[in-house]
Write a protein that binds this ligand. Structure first.
Ligand code: G3H
Ligand code: 13P
Ligand code: NA
Ligand code: ZN
Length: 304
């Protein structure tokens, strides 16, 4: 059933595991994610960004979810990922989202605090969970920015959590969105993560967590793509982050890579096929497989 994100955040925080949060903007990804979670008997977040809403229309996205919600026995939340405008938060609420992220991380700390507090005041009354972000998800390897400038400040995180009443915090600890996360060795700031957890005790969210697995990158490059140098968060690093208090892991890029690698392969090999389903079905299967793999990695299988 569709549940509030509050239920999921609380459970994962209490039992020290992480729940998978997967992005979708079409039927194929949505079905792959929910089918995978059902097979693994795992709670899950399904989430859409503002650009996903712009792409498909919120009526299609929320409509699909509400149409199928009773087919699934696992608890899952419909979450707005990186809500940058209060208007989008309200739109999501109107369409039955059960969790939202207000992302003012690129604004000043004071503005972030003020707007997040306002969103919590609305959502608390509706039983909708609120996630917010502190620090910036940019590559800290570029010498232009220092780590202290972009990564979360643990003391500030404590104050922010106390003053806003959010359900979950996404602390910037060195990951970045997309398929090119690190130029050199991947390095997450585990000390910082540990401090944030100790000081806040709140459910924590890791963004930019995709593994960017070699098999997909190779296949994409082999069949006409060009994403050389793509690199993600290794499984061992991710496991460590979960041990240190991450309770929701956001994955989008891995699903895209899985889907596109299968699509490129089939479109290169099956030259007579013109029925899109002959391509989309196997690509959807590939997404389902990676979602299952990720769910097991976080330890959320069987936790429904
Ligand atoms: O926020 C992180 C997403 O992976 C980017 O999603 O392309 O739907 O904005 P988007
Ligand atoms: P990836 O790009 O690593 O999949 O991160 C997705 C994310 O953080 C969505 O909010
Ligand atoms: Na989010
Ligand atoms: Zn993100």
């Amino acid at each position: 059933p569709l549940v509030s994100g509050k239920v999921l955040f609380e459970k994962a925080n209490e039992y020290n595991f992480a729940i998978g949060a997967f992005n979708f903007n079409n039927m194929e990804f949505l079905k792959a994610i929910l089918d995978a979670a059902e097979e693994e008997q795992a709670p899950v977040f399904i989430q859409t960004t503002e650009s996903a809403i712009k792409y498909a229309g919120i009526e299609y996205l929320a409509g699909m979810v509400h149409a199928v919600k009773d087919k699934y026995s696992i608890p899952f939340a419909l979450h707005l990922d990186h809500g940058k405008h209060v208007e989008t938060i309200l739109l999501a609420i109107r369409h039955g989202y059960t969790s939202v992220m207000i992302d003012y991380s690129d604004k000043s700390y004071e503005e972030n605090l003020k707007v997040t507090k306002y969103v919590v005041s609305i959502c608390a009354a509706l039983g909708i969970s609120v996630e917010a972000e502190l620090g910036k998800l940019v590559s800290v390897e570029d010498e232009v920015v220092s780590r202290e400038e972009v990564l979360v400040d643990p003391e500030q995180a404590k104050e922010f959590v106390d003053r806003t009443g959010i359900d979950a915090l996404a602390p910037a600890i060195g990951t970045a969105h997309g398929a090119f996360k690190f130029k050199g060795e991947p390095k997450l700031d585990f000390e910082r993560l540990k401090k944030v957890k100790e000081l806040t005790g709140i459910a924590l969210v890791l963004h930019g967590a995709s593994g960017v697995y070699e098999e997909y990158v190779e296949k994409i490059n082999k069949y006409g793509g060009d994403i050389k140098g793509a690199k993600g968060v290794p499984d061992e690093e991710l496991k460590k982050a979960v041990e240190l208090g991450i309770n929701k892991v956001n994955t989008d890029t891995d699903l895209r890579l899985a889907f596109i690698s299968k699509l490129r392969e089939l479109m290169a090999l099956e030259k007579k096929v013109i029925d899109p389903r002959k391509f989309l079905k196997p690509a959807m299967e590939e997404v389902k497989n990676i979602v299952k793999k990720r769910i097991r990695l976080y330890g959320s299988q069987g936790k429904a």
